[in-house]
Design a protein around this ligand. Structure first.
Ligand code: 13P
Ligand code: SF4
Length: 360
């Protein structure tokens, strides 16, 4: 008889791998086409009272455009906070779908557009809301803590939402209150938090297709080639990789660590989209991408295939023809999912992890 407890995750992994292979990438553009698109996007942003909210992993050109137009380039926590505090009527979220959904949950009165609604995340795909609800039912004595990289429906089932910037602090806070935790979906981040806090955590077994590919063996070899280098690692990476790091942190924390590091060379284990901002923060330092599994035969090779779906052309399409680019979340889900996100933002502000003032 088929064992469904192993068969379902196996089928889910196969679907995720197929979606990785199928994620459509933007067509190449000439410098003239790029410049024309940039100008039209700038004009549309003004005309629509819209602001760009962009993740560190997307193409450097999009990050640059956000900088030039008064938008924001940041991590998933700061994107949520910035979007909810900004006065613009329209938020254009350039990242993956869960980021757009979080923006909509926090600002239901605003229009939230994305260059593509097809930008998935393997953590979100690997944690379907119905299966997750059943898992929570089986462990109803536990406080449900979910990573921001989940659907709105999964967030609606949670007590707390966290990001990699505040997960340690929030789990420590819950542990101090004597709470047992059900954690989803990233198993590597969950294990890392568990080891750091010694909290009682039951882990959902999801993973990020990008970070899961970093190789401890390859990294050790690279460290031998660059003995002077410091190693910076995002905690969605496997245990063996995290253990080799001098610094482990969220995307914004890694950028800060790069700027403060005394080392002239840094080996970085996260999506290589981060190099644009990291190089700005650490000018003159040499940044080297950490090696992925089976050097040369990786499937995503340190760049999220869904973040890479964002480009200048689909960004302009979203502004000119919002139908098909607008994030919608059910009012009942918004009402429920907002509670754990608001809780996260309030505690993060209290602890000084996000700088922003709460919305009036
Ligand atoms: P951050 O919360 O560090 O921005 O990470 C988001 C993400 O998708 C990591 O893979
Ligand atoms: Fe999800 Fe990983 Fe892509 Fe981040 S990098 S959006 S965690 S698949």
């Amino acid at each position: 008889m088929t064992d469904l407890s192993t068969e379902i995750p196996r089928l889910r992994d196969a679907v995720i791998q197929r979606l990785v292979a199928q994620a459509p990438q933007p067509a190449p553009l000439t410098p003239e086409q790029r410049e024309a698109l940039r100008e039209r996007i700038k004009a549309e942003l003004k005309a629509r009272d819209a602001v760009l909210v962009v993740h560190f992993y997307v193409d450097a050109e999009l990050q640059k455009l956000a900088e030039e137009t008064g938008g924001r380039v940041s991590d998933s926590l700061d994107m949520a906070d910035f979007g909810s505090r900004h006065a613009a009527k329209t938020l254009v979220v350039v990242g993956v779908r869960f980021m757009g959904e979080t923006a909509k949950i926090l600002s239901p009165e605003k229009t939230v557009l994305m260059p593509t609604l097809g930008a998935e995340c393997s953590l979100d795909l690997g944690c379907p809301a119905d299966e997750f609800a059943a898992f929570c039912e089986q462990h109803s004595e536990r406080t449900v803590v979910v990573y921001a990289n989940t659907s709105a429906a999964v967030k609606a089932r949670a007590d707390w939402v966290v990001t990699s910037s505040n997960a340690l602090a929030i789990v420590n806070h819950l542990k101090a209150k004597g709470e047992k935790i059900l954690w989803a979906p990233d198993r590597h981040l969950g294990r890392y938090i568990q080891e750091q806090t010694d909290a009682d955590m039951l882990l959902w077994q999801g993973e990020c297709v990008v970070h899961d590919e970093f190789s401890a063996e390859g990294l050790r070899e690279l460290m031998r080639e660059h003995p002077e280098a410091e190693v910076l690692v995002h905690p969605e990476s496997p245990k063996g990789v995290v253990e080799l790091a001098q610094y482990v942190g969220s995307t914004s924390q890694l950028i800060k660590a790069a700027s403060q590091s005394q080392a002239a060379t840094l080996i970085v284990a996260t999506d290589r989209g981060i190099f644009y901002k990291m190089q700005q923060a650490a000018p003159g330092k040499t940044l080297i991408a950490a090696p992925t599994l089976n050097r040369g035969t990786c499937s995503v090779c340190a760049h999220c295939p869904w973040m890479a779906m964002n480009g200048l052309q689909n960004l302009l399409d979203a502004l000119e023809h919002p139908a098909g680019h607008e994030i919608g979340v059910d009012a009942s889900i918004i009402e429920r999912a907002r509670l754990p996100i608001d809780r996260m933002l309030a505690l993060s502000r209290e602890l000084g992890i996000v700088a922003g003032k709460p919305k009036d």
